[in-house]
Design a protein around this ligand. Structure first.
Ligand code: 4AD
Ligand code: MG
Length: 482
């Protein structure tokens, strides 16, 4: 018998009308001992199975309940009822696995409404819910669109190492990688840890960014991107930070800052358009969930646009491009700042922007995605290109409504002498990064790139509000279950 997934079946049912087929999935509902709503994860829609219980043994029927796994063979017919186009008249039903209903009712599979917090504690089961299956289908589509965008634009996908000796961001927020027996760590004569005895013969950590290695690849392949897991041991328990997240990092030889901003804007718009076009059903669901959420909020905190409307507007508008210096002026002169509404007052040029400032610019002042560029050199990483003013670097951050920073990047410092001086100022050891320095010695060229946090983009397109709900198994401080 032809096995089909529900998405295929619903998409192309005319050809198989009045034929027998086999479907498999989990029971979402079983009404009147007659109608099974079957879901196999391929799509939001359930398939209706009509069971004439007189044709089946009572024992089998009595075992079917919510969460049961079934294999059903039957005839595809046009549905009599409203709510679905087709249904299956069951001829054969096989129960595939056990379903302990008493235990099920202690989990989120019990058919009733559960809070997002409870769903998170049972992350291994939440794929079975409408909400999380929609979120993870959209996440998959976003990843696919990312690869498609770079592929269409002649980029090469490279894989940068997860274990590295480098601290690309110079922020020191790294997880160590070692196979030392932690109860018996070798020490040298000075009493310091002797990393020469460690697995790699040196101190290593999980990567905070694949950028430095991607830069070396761009110096031969021209246009590259890396897309992989990234790790930060920053102890920030926020709705925007994960200890393990996925980052996409394009790096392009011969690009300057403006080219870099153009690429970031085209890229975000491409992925969002892709999702609008290819995830319509899931987005409809997320859109109504988003609307329900807004209704729970006090009027002043409600979003001005619906989820789908917001996505459509983002791809229509050109992102605002604003220098750090202009942004500081806007912030300093804002009513919010003067009335002391910011937790971190904006009192001078040179301060690092907090997310409350970024969100003010995006959500209140410009009401549009904003690209901030030319930041003070002191608050940005060593590899960013020094501008002619000697005060700022060719950095850029893309800020999104409801999210804050979604992309961070820059034109890179390609001049060996300037790079060396900056590394010295910022205490980055150039000997450790000898291979990175080499790229500035043999045909160095202007180049630029950026990093997009995948989960922040998925937050934006799904309208979810906690980053823990857009990655299957979140890693955050004090939490590494599953
Ligand atoms: O701004 P960041 O730190 O930039 C870099 O790592 C550069 N090396 C990228 C590059 O130029 N190739 O991080 C880039 C993006 C942020 O804008 C944010 O979207 C995301 O990565 N990000 C995080 N996402 C989730 N949890 C965290 N802890 C994140 N830290 C950064
Ligand atoms: Mg950043």
């Amino acid at each position: 018998m032809k096995k089909m997934i529900i998405k295929e079946l619903l998409g192309d049912y005319k050809k198989i009308l009045h034929h027998d087929i086999t479907v498999q999935g989990w029971v979402r509902a079983f009404r009147s001992n007659r109608f099974i709503a079957l879901n196999d994860g391929s799509t939001m829609a359930n398939l209706q199975i009509v069971v004439d219980f007189e044709n089946f043994d009572k024992d089998t029927i009595s075992k079917i309940s919510v969460a049961s796994s079934l294999k059903i063979t039957g005839e595809v017919v046009e549905s009599q009822g409203s709510g679905q186009v087709i249904e299956i008249i069951a001829k054969k039903i096989v129960i595939l696995g056990d379903n302990f209903t008493e235990e099920r009712d202690k989990t989120i599979l019990q058919p009733k409404k559960h809070s997002l917090e409870v769903l998170r504690e049972q992350a291994h089961l939440r794929f079975r819910t409408n909400l999380f299956s929609a979120v993870f289908r959209v996440r998959s589509a976003v990843s696919f669109a990312i690869h498609e965008f770079y592929n269409k634009n002649h980029f090469f996908y490279i894989n940068t190492p997860i274990i590295t000796g480098a601290d690309a961001e110079g922020a020191g927020e790294m997880f160590s990688v070692t196979n030392f027996d932690l109860n018996n760590i070798p020490r040298n004569e000075e009493g310091e840890i002797d990393y020469t005895e460690d697995f790699f013969g040196k101190k290593t950590n999980l990567t905070v960014s694949g950028q430095l290695e991607a830069e070396t690849a761009a110096m031969g392949l021209g246009r590259v991107y890396t897309f992989g897991p990234t790790f930060r041991a920053e102890n920030s328990n926020t709705t925007r930070h994960l200890a393990e997240f996925w980052m996409v990092e394009p790096e392009v030889a011969f690009n300057n800052l403006e080219n870099n901003i153009d690429l970031a804007e085209d890229f975000l718009k491409y992925v969002i358009s892709y999702v609008l076009k290819n995830c319509a059903e899931d987005l409809e669901f997320l859109n109504s969930r988003f609307a329900d959420e807004q209704k729970q909020k006090p009027e002043k905190d409600r979003a001005k646009e619906g989820l789908i409307e917001k996505l459509e507007n983002v791809i229509k508008k050109r992102f605002m491009r604003v220098s750090y210096t202009e942004a500081i002026e806007i912030l300093m002169n804002s009513k919010e700042n003067k009335k002391g509404k910011f937790q971190y007052p904006v009192d001078r040029w040179g301060i690092d922007l907090q997310s409350e400032h970024e969100r003010f610019l995006v959500e209140k002042h410009f009401e549009s995605p904003v690209v901030l560029f030319d930041y003070p050199k002191e608050i940005k990483a060593f590899y960013m290109r020094l501008n002619d003013d000697n005060k700022t670097v060719a950095a850029m951050d893309v800020l999104f409504p409801g999210i804050g920073e979604i992309i961070g990047g820059s034109q890179r410092e390609e001049r060996l002498d300037v790079l060396k001086a900056k590394m010295q100022d910022m205490n980055v050891d150039e000997h450790e990064l000898w291979w990175y320095m080499d790229t500035r010695k043999f045909g160095s060229v202007p180049h630029a790139g950026f990093g997009l946090g995948l989960e922040r983009l998925v937050l934006f397109v799904t309208g979810m509000t906690n980053i823990r709900d857009v990655i299957p198994f979140p890693r955050t401080p004090k939490n590494a279950e599953f």
